[in-house]
Design a protein around this ligand. Structure first.
Ligand code: P6P
Length: 337
């Protein structure tokens, strides 16, 4: 029976990625092993975040055996770094939590570079708002003498990218370059099961997502675009504003419902707030793979070449047609200058 087959034919992430990998006969399963270690980190964080509210009671996040209460993002970072190094498949790691990149010792070195934010939006933990882990994966060119150049690459060079959102359920969204797929953690199995195969973002949306509190400092194209969302000139109905203030949650809603997420630059911070390597690139990669697009105000986000591992960029991402409108406003501004 089809229904039974569906129930008993569990498409776990491991099985899904092995299927993907079978398209590359020469691959030795290294990517699958790497991904399994990223998933291990996410399962740990999911469990820790879900208990965060009880931290003081159960002495979580740093155990109260005398050790000072470690912040969950610091703890999560340690778990990811250790899991990735122990996978034996990584060469360079860049984390939002670490000023310097981690160069894996030669004996444990592999072919992948992972850039990640272990707990993005962690300031929202205490009020229970969804937060997440965001990651991107590059293949290393020269693993003998790796340098930072291996990760100062445009986002279009990424092999894979994804995020894990710790919300009402634990949802892992992944692209390895052949579409975007969503998996939901079944806590009884401890497995991520495929629940959203081949996610496609609606071509146009009815939602815009931006921190309106920064409106005073926006440039003209962003100001004009937001104005159009609120007071459409063509008589169409205004868009809804949805802003959670946690990138993974705002992007996940945009991916599923459509619309556009903006973190523009402004007079105070010309490069905006979001980091190129482990926020802008992975989310832009996913948006393109889902049929949307991502723009920095100057260029296609994935074409940007980062100079520093923690540099920031303005970002406008989401439904294809909505981002086109933003690009047109920036192009018109360009012409005036
Ligand atoms: P603002 C969270 O702190 C974060 O890094 C992203 O997750 C989120 O999109 C953004 O900052 C929110 O920034 O300035 O609107 O509070």
């Amino acid at each position: 029976h089809a229904a039974d087959a569906h129930r008993t034919d569990l498409m776990t992430m491991t099985r899904f990625v092995l299927n993907e990998q079978s398209k590359y006969p020469e691959s030795r399963g290294d990517f699958t092993i790497l991904l399994s270690h990223i998933v291990l980190g996410c399962k740990f964080v999911c469990s820790a975040v879900n208990k965060a509210g009880l931290a003081n009671i159960i002495g979580l996040a740093g155990e109260t055996n005398g050790e000072e209460q470690k912040k969950l993002d610091v703890l999560s970072n340690e778990v990811f770094i250790k899991a990735l190094v122990s996978s034996g498949r990584t060469c360079i790691l860049v984390s939002e939590e670490d000023e310097e990149a981690t160069f894996v010792e030669a004996s444990k070195r592999g072919r992948y570079c992972v850039v990640f934010d272990p707990l993005d939006g962690s300031s929202n933990i205490d009020c229970g708002v969804s937060i997440g882990t965001i990651f991107g994966i590059y293949m290393v060119n020269d693993s003998h003498e790796p340098t930072l150049d291996e990760v100062l690459q445009p986002g279009k060079k990424m092999l894979a990218a994804g995020y894990c959102m710790y919300g009402s359920s634990c949802t892992f969204v992944l692209s390895t370059g052949s579409g975007v797929h969503g998996f939901t953690l079944d806590p009884s199995l401890g497995e991520f099961i495929l629940t959203h195969p081949d996610i496609k973002i609606p071509k146009k949306g009815k939602i815009y997502s931006v921190n309106e509190g920064n409106a005073k400092n926006w440039d003209s194209p962003t100001t004009k675009y937001v104005e159009k969302c609120k007071f459409p000139e063509d008589g169409s109905s205004p868009k809804s504003l949805r802003y959670i203030g946690s990138m993974v949650a705002d992007v996940h809603r945009t991916l599923l419902y459509g619309g556009v997420f903006l973190y523009p630059g402004d007079k105070k911070s010309p490069n905006g707030k979001l980091r190129v390597l482990y926020e802008v690139f992975p989310m832009s990669f996913l948006m393109e793979q889902a049929g949307g697009q991502a723009f920095t105000g100057k260029q296609r986000a994935l074409d940007l070449v980062p100079k520093k591992i923690h540099e920031r960029s303005p970002i406008f991402l989401g439904s294809y047609d909505d981002v086109e409108e933003i690009k047109a406003l920036y192009a018109a501004e360009e012409k005036k200058e």
